[in-house]
Design a protein around this ligand. Structure first.
Ligand code: AMP
Ligand code: ZN
Length: 115
């Protein structure tokens, strides 16, 4: 996906503040953080969103959650954090390369959604 910004991070064509990388995935700091800790975990494979994920993608999606959680703790989220996956128009997804947000820091986060 030549026009995908996260594929460009995977390819090393644009920089990212990486905290983890292996053959399957990368975890890096969000460029516009909403909290003191804001990491993104992405698969190296271009999967446009959770809506396009196939059964073959399930192992790497599980790995994104597990490794991303470890990285959030390593970055200081020792008392908890929030994971978010925005999908499609209704989910207000901005970057169409599947990513899991890990958000946290010292303070308690606001409610997930307004009731
Ligand atoms: P979403 O609305 O879930 O698609 O969020 C996309 C996220 O990607 C936003 O939080 C952006 O700040 C973040 N983002 C966009 N471009 C970059 C980049 N080059 N490096 C790191 N994070 C980025
Ligand atoms: Zn991509």
């Amino acid at each position: 996906m030549s026009d995908c910004i996260f594929c460009k991070i995977v390819a090393g064509d644009i920089p990212a503040k990486k905290v983890f990388e292996d053959e399957d995935m990368i975890v890096f700091h969000d460029i516009n953080p909403v909290a003191p800790v804001h990491l993104l975990a992405i698969p190296k494979k271009h999967i446009a969103s959770l809506a396009e994920a196939t059964p073959e993608d399930a192992p790497v999606i599980g790995k994104l959650l597990q490794v991303g959680g470890r990285m959030a703790i390593a970055q200081g989220c020792t008392d908890g954090f929030r994971t978010l996956v925005n999908t499609g128009r209704v989910g207000r997804q901005e970057v169409y390369h599947l990513h899991i947000h890990f958000v946290g820091g010292p303070d308690v986060l606001p409610p997930m959604l307004k009731r």
